[in-house]
Ligand binder design. Structure first.
Ligand SMILES: Cc1cc2nc3c(=O)[nH]c(=O)nc-3n(C[C@H](O)[C@H](O)[C@H](O)COP(=O)(O)O)c2cc1C
Ligand code: SF4
Ligand code: FES
Length: 589
């Protein structure tokens, strides 16, 4: 770096840091700003940040090097970043990689960036391209503009009797940048009702009576979590936080992005209702760093609502104060895990914490914290406005309400579907809203619930898509992701893409996951290249059981699910690969 460049970098570093308080929660936003302005984090930036935040340089370096979107020490080399995770892999990312490499372009892997219905997805010069088929590679490299896509275009159906009851009802109907439009569509009426007509406990009980289950993956009852957090807050002298989990980094999941992009005020209202219910005065939305446009939209929405007296101090003259902060992540799937997310919000590496204590009693800054998914919180305005009985009119007894299903893979129509829980079996969903199998190739399998979910075969086609029925049939509905694979798919090749994802995203804190995910990647690479052995199939089972039993957090415990379920369902295919044969001809053995 020349002297004047060095001086200007020093100036930028000083200027950026001067805007941040020297407390640790500001560390990651400061590093993000530095990385944005300088293009990377030079040593001088790390050292200056350490002085500014009164932290050892190693702590700042440790945090900075954890997150994939920052470049520590040297600027990134020019390359095309290609997503090759499950849905993009199924859409032909391997062919796209070959075409890029043939054109002499360096290709870097990026994990899923949340546009899975339009794979393969690539980022070139900070511009995001969808549907990057090999045929389009040259046009994109020649500077073709990315095609804009509105969230409404990504909805393939709202299969709810009365559209007014749907979470997606306003998407494409209102301007998401306009508070006036949102108010015209009824936004913040439920918050007003809660603040003026209900005690906080009544809000908690209404949510509990609604039977709403968390939409972030585990389906935990939301009302129960609210009760625990409200009780935790009382015993901690009334300090509590609401955290909205908008990390959405599971390959195959893009529903939360559509909710935030299409109707941001519905989410803000849900966060504020949750805050009132548990006695919190501050809420955080932790949004993945790749959703920069959506984060800006949310910040603007918070600003507009505060300016109108709908959020912030003395909301709607009720005497209740509630502030919402939007915090951007910087590329780490593990930060979707609730305790890792809290570490990130506190300005640290996103490594999971020991549980218990659970966030409901000891979460953000050691206080009682309610963590819920975007879709979960977006349900609260409807429940409070219309009541628990109304909510029970949709869905099943045990799984009430509607669900967003992000659908990708080998179907004619990929995108987001909203339907009452249990309204469709897998077969009905594929044949109905998803338009049937692409090219009319027979169905082979479905990867259900994201990368962490199980692969299910034709015997699952008749299973109703709701939490309980899926669990009874041996799989988790998770966040509702449906990735359909046709008979031309090599299942061993497919699960290698899943293994690559977990290897890239394991945080490395515990040995079973750190080593197990790497071993999975190696064995599956051997198998798809014809170098595998039948002993390696037993090794897959050995490492799978080890990861499930002894990994520290949910990432390692679910990392082997896809491989183990595929091995059980399609053992013949794995054995053929161990003999050096690929029955579908996909693997270039
Ligand atoms: C590795 C891992 C990643 C996760 N990613 C997300 C995520 O992106 N979004 C989310 O809402 N929940 C995610 N979760 C689940 C959260 O830990 C937490 O259970 C959820 O946010 C609770 O919200 P809910 O009760 O509304 O579902 C993840 C869990 C694990 C183990
Ligand atoms: S299981 Fe994996 S992601 Fe979780 S703490 Fe261990 S290494 Fe990190
Ligand atoms: S964007 Fe590629 S899998 Fe999600």
């Amino acid at each position: 770096m020349g002297l004047s460049n060095q001086q200007s970098a020093e100036h930028v570093i000083r200027e950026v840091l001067s805007h941040f308080s020297p407390t640790q929660p500001d560390l990651l936003p400061a590093l993000d700003e530095l990385n944005g302005q300088l293009g990377y984090l030079p040593r001088a930036a790390i050292e200056s940040a350490a002085r500014h935040f009164h932290l050892p340089t190693s702590r700042v370096h440790g945090a900075a090097s954890f997150y994939a979107m920052w470049y520590v020490g040297a600027p990134p080399e020019e390359a095309v970043c290609l997503c090759e995770d499950g849905p993009c892999h199924a859409a032909g990312a391997a062919g796209t990689r070959r075409a890029l490499e043939k054109a002499g372009i360096e290709v870097k892997h990026t994990s899923c960036i949340g546009h899975c219905a339009h794979g393969p997805v690539a980022v070139v010069d900070d511009r995001l391209y969808r549907d990057v088929t090999p045929a389009r590679v040259h046009a994109i490299l020649a500077g073709e503009e990315p095609t804009p896509l509105s969230p409404a275009d990504e909805i393939i159906g709202i299969e709810v009797d009365d559209r007014a009851h749907a979470l997606l009802r306003n998407v494409g109907q209102i301007d998401p940048r306009s508070l006036e439009d949102a108010l015209g569509a009824g936004a913040y009426q439920a918050l007003r009702k809660a603040l003026t007509e209900m005690e906080p406990e009544q809000v908690v009980e209404e949510v509990a009576a609604s039977g709403l289950q968390g939409r972030g993956g585990a389906g935990f009852p939301t009302g129960l979590k609210m009760r625990f957090t409200a009780a935790g807050a009382k015993s901690a002298a009334g300090v509590a936080y609401v955290v909205c989990n908008a990390d959405e980094s599971e390959p195959g999941t893009f529903k939360d992005r559509i909710l935030m992009e299409g109707d941001p005020h519905q989410l803000l209202e849900g966060v504020a209702i949750a805050g009132y219910a548990i006695g919190a005065h501050e809420g955080y939305i932790y949004i993945r760093g790749e959703y920069a446009g959506q984060a800006a939209l949310l910040k603007q929405a918070v600003h507009d609502a505060e300016a109108a007296g709908i959020l912030g101090q003395n909301i709607m003259d009720s005497g209740f104060d509630f502030h919402i902060h939007v915090h951007s992540g910087a590329g780490a799937y593990i930060c979707g895990e609730e305790t890792a997310l809290i570490e990130g919000l506190e300005g640290k590496r996103g490594e999971p914490r020991v549980r218990p204590p659970y966030p409901t009693t000891c979460g953000l800054f050691g206080q009682a914290t309610l963590i819920n998914n975007v879709e979960t919180l977006s349900n609260l305005p409807g429940i409070i406005a219309h009541g628990a009985d109304w909510y029970h009119q949709m869905g099943t007894d045990k799984s009430p309400g509607t669900k967003l299903y992000p659908i990708s893979g080998h179907v004619k129509r990929q995108g987001c579907l909203e339907a009452p829980l249990g309204a469709f079996t897998l077969a009905q969903l594929i044949e109905g809203p998803a338009g049937g199998m692409r090219g009319d190739a027979p169905f082979k399998a479905c990867h259900l619930g994201g990368a962490a979910g199980a692969i299910v075969g034709p015997e699952f086609l008749g299973i109703s898509l709701e939490f309980g029925a899926c669990r009874t049939a041996g799989a988790m509905l998770g966040a509702g992701d449906i990735l359909v694979l046709d008979a031309d798919t090599c299942i061993v090749d497919y699960v290698l893409s899943v293994a690559n994802f977990f290897r890239a995203e394991s945080c490395g804190k515990c040995t079973p996951c750190r080593v197990g995910t790497e071993r999975y990647r190696q064995i599956l690479t051997d198998l798809v290249s014809g170098q595998g052995t039948s002993e390696q199939l037993d090794e897959l089972t050995y490492w799978g059981e080890l990861m499930v039993d002894s990994s520290f957090c949910g990432l390692g415990q679910t990392a082997p699910t896809a491989v183990m379920s595929a091995l059980q369902l399609f053992r013949d295919e794995f054995e053929a690969h161990a003999r050096g044969e690929c029955p579908t001809g996909v693997c270039r053995i």
